[in-house]
Design a protein around this ligand. Sequence first.
Ligand SMILES: [Zn+2]
Length: 433
Amino acid sequence: MSDLQEFNKRLREFLDASPTPFHAVEEMRLRLQEAGFSALDERGEWQLEQGKGYYLIRNGSSIVAFRCGKDPVHERGWRMVGAHTDSPNLKVKPTPELHRHGYFQLGVEVYGGALLNPWFDRDLGLAGRVNYENAQGQLRSALINLNRPVGVIPSLAIHLDRDANNNHSVNPQRDLPVVILQSEESSDFRALLADALGAHGYKDVSAVLDFELSFYDCQPAAMVGWNEDFIASARLDNLLSCYIGLESLLTADTSEHMVLVCNDHEEVGSQSAVGAQGPMLESVLRRIAGDEITWQRAIANSMMISADNAHGIHPNFSDKHDGNHGPLLNAGPVIKNNVNQRYATNSETSSLFRRLCVSSDVAVQSFVVRSDMACGSTIGPLTASAIGVKTLDIGVPTFAMHSIRELAGSKDAYNLRKVLTKYYQLDSVVDAV
Ligand SMILES: [Zn+2]
């Protein structure tokens, strides 16, 4: 197997094992632990050592991993990469039970800007966090992953909706309740969950109290296309970047200070205790720095690369892109620009990135949205404005962003890993341009 094939195999395994941000963080934790990184407890004292790697997790869904460099951080700064762990999906409502015509359905809330049509007629698994009380009366939490088709949202047949191919909109309240079983008796979802926890090895559950559970597509990630030019999977936005960031952090051979931050809640605006608009990254960096002046000097010597997917130009809809800014799949990472600061890229940070791409033998592309269309955003501008660090927004071009199954080029993640590894190893992110 070639290096590229090995990389894509590991990437697919990560995507399949990470149906929710909780699982993605757990998968990252396992890989960090295996690579010798140590867990930090924010309630305890920290004894950080040169050359050692550490990580800390909040809410089980956001993670900061870092390696301490050899020289003082105020002289060298941090080379940082950021991404987000969450993706649009359907989440089970707190009291989800619906009993209609002998079918037991679960009501769902739409998380983030999901493309809803692709959710119909899929084999849906269910995963997330369940909080319960155990036999001793203690509160406990558990991760579960029902990785089998436990639910489905059947389409309405075209014979009953003759207009479906011309004019089909989705009403999330009416159309999305998920069918999970058929029974004449009423079922209690929490009781079903208690059974599921038992099957996951949690034998001391006395009552399920609450949960954060997401439906997801059971179909695993796959190489797609006649020559396997593409990789198809759920949650490429943005687990692809989480994985690339993690691989880069673990592969980089350097004595510089490196940071990887992967935040939850980007798809809903990042304004939360563990989102990119919250204090997580800043409080970790301040604690590493120790005092205010060290922190300020370190930030002035630092840089953040925010990695989140970009829109590749779609051959059937090429008028949706500016003619000079239509990124192609498998043609390199995309620098994302927006003068209105929806992306944090500036010409200094993008120049540095271009040179990194050249020295990594990787092509690079530019994206700016059509001047008559609104621009998306990501964690880059939020982090830049929160901690005042110079920032670059980049990403792998994809199709079908926010669909239940997205598509990327099979070479782009591998190539971006090469570039970000080089970035982590840069001597300086201040004088490089
Ligand atoms: Zn994203």
